[in-house]
Design a protein around this ligand. Structure first.
Ligand SMILES: [Zn+2]
Ligand SMILES: [Zn+2]
Ligand SMILES: [Zn+2]
Length: 324
């Protein structure tokens, strides 16, 4: 069963993709479906004996360009629709045991280029309103394959978390006449207390009201809506700042730190987003200590209100110490 259902009590869609329960779960290295193909009789997901970066449609897609018909019909209370959109797998390197933090900056720059390419291609589709590139890293986050990879989803609407940001940005624009993200980057660079790293075009900082321990945002200083608006030098700077922060993450507790990486860009539904869309990356780790995870418990799950354990200024100071 693959379909989207609307919860009339919240106005939010849930995508069901129940076949995903059968997907490959943490296979041994010799059977990794993301490694290059060594035996043509038993091809992996990437039917090449070598590759640099690979993108392909997810074999167990939550969203697809040719979705099946929903299992049941909608009613006046309950809306149901086919799970239209896109779900792609993006393999960062052919090196099975590497992590994004291990890769040379030149390879991370290629990844930024591929994100931009997928944004352009999926965003041009009429059934895709929002292109979302992300990485789930580490078993604590629930990855099912260790080989370094991320995903790109093309949603048929603007997803809830992004819609919240857009609403806040629109209110800020109405009140101050400026882009809130432009104002935040400028304020963090001027203040410095939460700044982790200031690059030539991109700055990394712990958000003023960070929800997750050691959460870091990477924002382009210039007002740009998507990766397509960055020139080659800016893309390289974004890759360099990202690499540097990820390496600091791995020094935090002495192990490769699990996190979710989200790329937030301008929606692609043709709406009036230019003044309020500001490209940024969000890194959200879950470890509040080496052995303790931040669980989404009562306040977060039941009320949607985050209670945080780590002071953002302390998190930024610690990360600055770990930069080299
Ligand atoms: Zn592999
Ligand atoms: Zn801006
Ligand atoms: Zn965001």
């Amino acid at each position: 069963m693959t379909e989207r259902r609307l919860d009339p009590t919240t106005g939010e869609w849930t995508t069901f993709a129940t076949a995903r329960q059968d997907r490959t779960f943490l296979p041994p290295a010799g059977l990794c479906p993301l490694c290059p193909t060594t035996d043509p009789a038993r091809p992996t997901e990437v039917p090449r004996d070598a590759y640099d970066i690979a993108v392909f449609e997810n074999r167990w897609p939550a969203l697809s360009g040719r979705p099946p018909e929903p299992d049941l019909d909608g009613t006046s209370l309950y809306s149901v629709e086919p799970a239209c959109g896109a779900a792609e797998v993006l393999v960062f390197t052919s090196r099975h045991d590497a992590t994004l933090a291990d890769l040379p900056v030149a390879q991370v720059t290629k990844l930024v280029d591929v994100w931009a390419h997928r944004y352009a291609e999926l965003g041009a589709r009429p059934d895709v309103a929002y292109v979302f590139a992300f990485e789930n890293k580490g078993e604590a986050i629930g990855v099912t394959l260790h080989h370094p990879h991320g995903q790109v989803y093309g949603y048929p609407d603007v997803p809830p978390r992004v819609a919240i940001e857009m609403r806040a940005a629109r209110e800020h624009l109405a009140r101050h006449g400026t882009c809130v993200w432009c104002d935040v980057v400028a304020a963090e660079e001027a203040d410095g207390a939460r700044l982790v790293l200031q690059g030539a075009a991109v700055s990394a900082y712990v958000p003023f009201a960070a929800r997750y321990p050691y959460e870091v945002h990477l924002s382009v200083r210039r007002h740009v809506g998507s990766l397509l608006d960055l020139d080659a030098t800016e893309r390289r700077d974004l890759a360099e700042v990202l690499s540097t922060v990820l390496r600091a993450y791995d020094r935090l507790y002495g192990f490769s730190l699990p996190y979710v990486l989200s790329v937030h860009q301008r929606p692609t539904d043709g709406g009036d987003w230019d003044a309020i869309s500001h490209l940024h990356l969000e890194l959200t780790p879950l470890h509040r200590t080496a052995t303790k995870l931040k669980y989404l418990a009562g306040s977060e799950t039941g009320a949607g209100a985050f209670v945080a354990d780590v002071r953002p200024e302390d998190a930024a100071g610690r990360l600055r110490q770990l930069l080299s």
